[in-house]
Design a protein around this ligand. Structure first.
Ligand code: ADP
Length: 398
């Protein structure tokens, strides 16, 4: 019997699913994917085949208040009637925070749910939305094994110096430390690079995950040793609408001198800053690259400058650099951004093959005389969750 593996990635306004089918030892095969989006505004369900053909679509224009749970049930109903001859055996969830303790995916039980609830204050914008579908699925499918895959888990191998803020120890003990995020993406890239270039994957690798959320990770000997995101996903690189690294004194200034509330500051730092804030135009890199506005060009310059500076910092954390990988929306699709970062990083021995960089399909984009191999590798966090989830399911049978 072919086994169905359901992957759920839930946020505040959307719930995404990917359904995989596994025959045995090969990688799980994507069978369909889709999402409910526009939750609380104009709910819209869409399901697609792996090649992008629309399989189903529903809208509820007159019912903006439909709950997450009701929409999730609708989605599960569609999935169950499109299992393609497979039997649903397990579900894997992307859960943003696994705290200090979880360095691996975990089979979900009541005790784990209590622990994950306790981590909500560390990720209030994401964790509650990640946990809600776990409860909803347990109601519809009691007994179906569910697995939590954490964005923080891959970084638990970071040495203490990389995880610690120079704060009094009591606060560190409370959990105010650097966790790092995008771990499922970095783990996937690390496994892919191990197939493409095993010797490099065993060396010192920096990965730049440049999507609407953006971060970088230093991976040494296959293990994360440092990353640019910290206590929250606000740290590090400027992003579509997030500031990235900010002198904490700016937050004090906003509070004390400008009288802003915590909520107003949260909105400023998460939603109004980054590429959008600097350009005053848009958070989408495509729009900025096409624009002739000077502030759009400055936003791109600041973004690439910060990536190059962080690359130097990550190389320092690893004692050198053997490979650089670009991934996620901007990393995979933007030759100009990759070119600027590589040119700023020539001091590290990076030499770009300009033609390979411009060619949309090339995986290796460094020149032959480059001391550092530069790759473009598409990430697939859902596949990583599917593989982890299947491994946990199999471990139950041993
Ligand atoms: P998310 O973090 O939401 O998963 P993605 O990894 O899909 O995001 O990246 C989305 C971003 O990728 C978009 O905001 C856009 O700026 C950027 N992007 C996508 N295609 C291109 C492109 N061809 N050139 C430049 N940027 C692109």
């Amino acid at each position: 019997m072919r086994e169905g593996i359901l992957v759920i990635n839930a946020g505040s306004s959307s719930i995404k699913f990917s359904l995989y089918v596994s025959n045995g030892d090969d990688s799980p095969l994507l069978s369909s994917k889709g999402q409910v989006e526009g939750i609380n505004v104009a709910p819209h369900f869409i399901a697609k085949s792996p090649d992008g053909a629309v399989l189903a679509e529903d809208r509820w224009p007159d019912e903006p208040g439909l709950s997450h749970e009701a929409l999730f049930k609708h989605m599960i109903g569609w999935i169950e009637s499109h299992l393609d001859g497979a039997e649903l055996k397990v579900a894997g969830h992307r859960v943003v925070h696994g705290g200090s303790q979880y360095s691996h995916p975990m089979l979900i039980n009541d005790d784990l749910m209590v622990e994950l609830e306790q981590l909500v204050p560390l990720a209030p914008l994401h964790q509650p939305h990640n946990l809600a579908p776990i409860r909803a699925l347990a109601k519809v499918h009691p007994g179906l094994p569910q697995v939590a895959c954490f964005d923080t888990a891959f970084h638990r191998s970071n040495p203490w110096v990389s995880q610690t803020f120079a704060l009094p120890r009591a606060l560190t003990g409370e959990g105010v430390k650097r966790y790092g995020f995008h771990g499922l993406s970095y783990e996937y890239i690390s496994r892919r690079l191990a197939k493409l270039a095993p010797a490099q994957a065993r060396g010192r690798v920096a990965v730049a995950h440049l999507g609407s959320g953006a971060s970088m990770c230093a991976i040494k000997g296959g293990k994360s040793v440092a990353s640019t995101m910290g206590f929250t996903a606000l740290d590090g690189l400027p992003m579509g609408t997030r500031t990235g690294t900010l002198d904490a004194g700016v937050v004090l200034y906003l509070l004390q001198q400008k009288g802003m509330t915590a909520k107003e500051i949260e909105t400023l730092l998460y939603k109004q800053s980054g590429l959008l804030g600097v350009s005053g135009l848009n958070n989408d890199m495509r729009v900025l690259l096409e624009s002739s506005e000077p502030h759009a060009a400055e936003a791109v310059e600041l973004f690439t400058y910060r990536i190059a500076r962080e690359l130097g910092s990550l190389a320092a954390a690893m004692g050198g650099l053997d490979a650089l990988v670009f991934t996620a929306g901007i990393g995979e699709h933007s030759p100009p951004v990759r070119a600027r970062v590589c040119h700023l990083s020539e001091w590290l021995g990076i030499r770009l093959d300009e033609a390979a960089n411009a060619d949309g399909d090339a995986e290796l984009i460094s020149a032959l005389d480059s001391k550092v191999a530069v790759w473009v590798i598409p990430t697939d966090e859902e596949m990583m969750i599917a593989e982890h989830t299947r491994e946990v399911l199999w471990s139950l049978r041993d």
